[in-house]
Design a protein. Structure first.
Length: 84
């Protein structure tokens, strides 16, 4: 398993955790952003990983205090897209 594959596996785990409620939006966001800014890892070469990172990084976006832009339906769609 390559590093990118391992990172993608972790991204899928976090997506599943968002769906189940076992992973917080903030945890998903923090994990994803640390990878998005790591240019040396070249995550862009793995399109599904790159998409998953972008989705996870937006999991905690708010449109108003305590009101999130994305919800469970989005999380499920993101998870399905990562599995396709």
């Amino acid at each position: 398993m390559t590093d990118l594959d391992a990172t993608f596996a972790e991204a899928k785990r976090l997506l599943a955790g968002l769906v189940s409620g076992e992973v917080s939006r903030e945890e998903a966001n923090d994990w994803a952003w640390s990878r998005l800014i790591d240019d040396a890892a070249d995550h862009r070469t793995h399109s599904k990983l790159w998409e998953a990172l972008g989705n996870l990084a937006g999991a905690d976006l708010q449109v108003a205090p305590g009101e999130y832009l994305h919800g469970e339906v989005d999380f499920r769609n993101w998870q399905a897209a990562a599995e396709d």
